[in-house]
Design a protein around this ligand. Structure first.
Ligand code: IPD
Ligand code: CA
Ligand code: CA
Length: 266
């Protein structure tokens, strides 16, 4: 496969995320509370909507690029015949929000070319907002017909920083995360746990929080939102264990030091 046009890949990520997001919003409105099953543990839920959405995304993306590889949260990883290009997809990021009828869940789609995320879209249907980015082209939001270039905040003072985080499904891991968050909350403006990692990363990109950190993320949680945050100008550090820290550049070194001090980074 020849090197693809990142913007063309972002366009298909965006169109698919919008279409599947609208489908899910209707699904939620028409069917009310949603039947769920569990995965890694009793709090790690999957609904029929997650599976249906992943099928829809897969159908749209692999119809357009039949040779591409595929990595979706619900159906796993399959290597395409010419897998220089791989789609990395979380059909519903924030399933617990979706389950309870809370806003803030998202459809997250990334186009990965030879291991680098080059195009990304995160659609948040409950607020009708699409976040997207192409490598080297900046990050954008589309909301109520208004297109806006994204920038992280210029916060330099950790005591004034609003920090998003998330908790793992494993009870012992989230207990440790909660203890560290308890230490952190007295040292910063406040903490937010909004319930969808992709949206948290877009919130850093858009300057709606000053920073985000979490441990134990999976590739589909991070791929699209990570590119969007970086293209907005945020510093996003990733470790192989799924630890992610994202903020504006001025905050990054201090934040890393504080998170280490309070035991929030493994
Ligand atoms: C979860 C959400 C949550 C984060 C978890 C993720 P899911 O994804 O992004 O905010 O804290 O680590 O697993 O299960 O809703 O797709
Ligand atoms: Ca997720
Ligand atoms: Ca999910």
């Amino acid at each position: 496969m020849t090197t693809p046009d990142a913007q063309a890949l972002t366009a298909i990520c965006s169109a698919t995320a919008r279409e599947v997001g609208s489908h899910l919003l209707r699904w939620r409105r028409e069917r009310g509370s949603v039947a769920s099953d569990t995965k890694s543990g009793p709090t790690d839920v999957v609904t029929a909507a997650d599976r249906e959405a992943e099928e829809m995304v897969r159908d749209r993306l692999l119809s357009a690029y039949p040779d591409a590889g595929w990595w979706g949260e619900e159906s796993g990883r399959a290597v395409g015949t010419g897998a220089d290009l791989e789609w990395v997809v979380d059909p519903i990021d924030g399933t617990v929000n979706f389950l309870y009828g809370l806003p803030g869940w998202a459809v997250s789609i990334a186009a990965v070319w030879r291991g680098d995320v080059v195009g990304a879209a995160v659609m948040v249907p409950s607020v009708a907002t699409l976040f997207s980015a192409s490598q080297g082209m900046g990050a954008w939001s589309d909301e109520d017909g208004a297109r806006r270039r994204l920038r992280p905040t210029e916060c330099t003072d950790l005591t004034q920083a609003l920090i998003a985080t998330g908790f793992a499904y494993d009870a012992s891991v989230r207990t440790r995360q909660g203890v560290a968050a308890g230490q952190l909350v007295g040292r910063v403006r406040d903490i937010r746990r909004a319930g969808a990692a992709a949206v948290d990363l877009c919130s850093v990109a858009a300057g709606r929080v000053d920073a985000y950190f979490e441990t134990g993320l999976q590739p589909w949680d991070l791929a699209a939102g990570g590119l969007i945050a970086r293209e907005a100008g945020a510093v996003v550090s990733e470790r192989s264990d799924g630890t992610v820290v994202a903020s504006g550049p001025a905050l990054a070194p201090q934040l890393e030091a504080l998170l280490t001090e309070v035991g929030a980074l493994p």
